[in-house]
Design a protein around this ligand. Structure first.
Ligand SMILES: [Zn+2]
Length: 73
């Protein structure tokens, strides 16, 4: 059986600015049979990050990376 391994990553940033609680971001590194097929490095920032992927998005990208067109209905 082939092995798809998902290493979940996270990043957070602490911020002392009043009204700001910092930020949090998630990502993952995915390997298939030991070969990296997807790397999504999370980068947290105060005002939302463009380097932040929810788990369902990560799974979606894995399917697409494997050649499947995924349609959520
Ligand atoms: Zn801040």
């Amino acid at each position: 059986m082939r092995e798809l391994k998902i290493k979940w990553l996270f990043d957070d940033v602490y911020c002392e600015t009043p009204g700001c609680s910092g930020g949090y971001a998630e990502g993952a590194v995915v390997t298939l049979d030991g070969e990296e097929i997807l790397r999504l490095e999370p980068v947290a920032s105060c005002f939302g990050s463009e380097y932040d992927w929810d788990r369902d998005v990560v799974y979606h990208m894995i399917f697409e990376r494997l050649g499947f067109l995924v349609k959520d209905e």
